[in-house]
Design a protein around this ligand. Structure first.
Ligand code: FE2
Ligand code: FE2
Length: 300
């Protein structure tokens, strides 16, 4: 552990991976979904909140693309092909399919948050400077690896849950096809971040700054630095049973950056800021529960 893999990740390898993803996984058509739900009330009770959350986050892909254009003004062909031809077209379908599912369950449509934050705009302005561009790029890949890993784990859990409930149509025509596409996204970000470290693209001061910025800005998937979404994410973890072992979850989610950024901290299993973010989300969710408030009452 805590070492960079010996196998060298070349740009050619990453480009081939992107091409393969595009060929293997065309965006999932809305009409390929079987909308049969045996017990909508039960699915809504067990997974309604999780599906609401994921539908919103998947639909926010359009903001992620805007952020990326701000952050990486000089993205190369492989990166462009990935986000424009593979990632965005796949993710937006995930969002549309889950959004329709949540409405089939009698819940309100997703309300994605599509404004690019001020922090990103500032970093974007600075990213025109080459040394900052490289830091922004590594941050972007690390964020991608962490969020896609969270997606992989969530869809695996949901799929098992749907199978247990006997909701075969949801499992086979919604969650399984979506969950097949997430590991490829994760692999892209992991390979891209690893290549930057292997090729020593960043000087020690740039790596130092990246660590500081990760510590200051780390966010769980879809929380957008907002308290309401952090509490929602705590609810997602509780509904998926991930709150029982936060350290184990931090290890899963933080493996890539622990290996790439923190290898010098021997024996550290995950960056502490990841566990801190997980704890904060779960605590905010529990506080909300204790107050007995619904999201609408608290924020509406
Ligand atoms: Fe997705
Ligand atoms: Fe994804």
């Amino acid at each position: 552990m805590a070492t960079v893999p010996r196998q060298h990740i070349t740009h050619q390898k990453i480009a081939e991976h992107v091409q393969r993803l595009g060929e293997l996984y065309p965006p999932i058509p809305l009409d390929s979904v079987d909308r049969t739900i045996k017990r909508p009330w039960l699915v809504a009770r067990k997974f309604g909140h999780v599906i609401d959350y994921l539908a919103r986050v998947e639909l926010e892909v359009d903001r992620n693309v805007l952020e990326l254009l701000v952050l990486l003004p000089e993205a190369d062909e492989t990166n462009k092909t990935f986000y424009a031809d593979v990632w965005q077209p796949q993710e937006i379908q995930h969002g549309l399919i889950l959004d329709r599912l949540q409405q089939d369950l009698g819940r309100t449509a997703a309300d994605p948050h599509l404004d690019v934050s001020f922090g990103i705009k500032i970093l974007g302005a600075l990213a025109h400077l080459k040394p900052i561009q490289d830091i922004a790029k590594l941050m972007y890949f690390l964020t991608g690896a962490s969020t896609e890993r969270q997606a992989v784990i969530a869809y695996n859990k949901i799929n098992r849950g749907m199978q247990r409930l006997g909701e075969t149509a949801i499992s086979e025509t919604i969650i399984t096809p979506i969950k097949q596409q997430e590991p490829g996204h994760f692999a892209f970000y992991q390979m891209s971040a690893t290549a930057m470290i292997q090729d020593k693209v960043l000087k020690p001061w740039q790596l130092f700054l990246t660590r500081v910025m990760r510590e200051k800005s780390y966010n769980l998937v879809g929380t957008n630095k907002m308290k309401q979404y952090k509490a929602d994410m705590g609810g997602v973890m509780a509904d998926l049973g991930l709150d029982n072992d936060l350290e184990g979850y931090a290890r899963e989610v933080g493996r890539v950056e622990n290996r790439l950024l923190w290898a010098h901290k021997h024996g550290m299993e995950f960056p502490p800021y990841i566990l801190k973010a997980l704890k904060e989300s779960v605590e905010l969710y529990r506080e909300r529960l204790a107050r007995g408030l619904t999201v609408a009452e608290e924020f509406g």
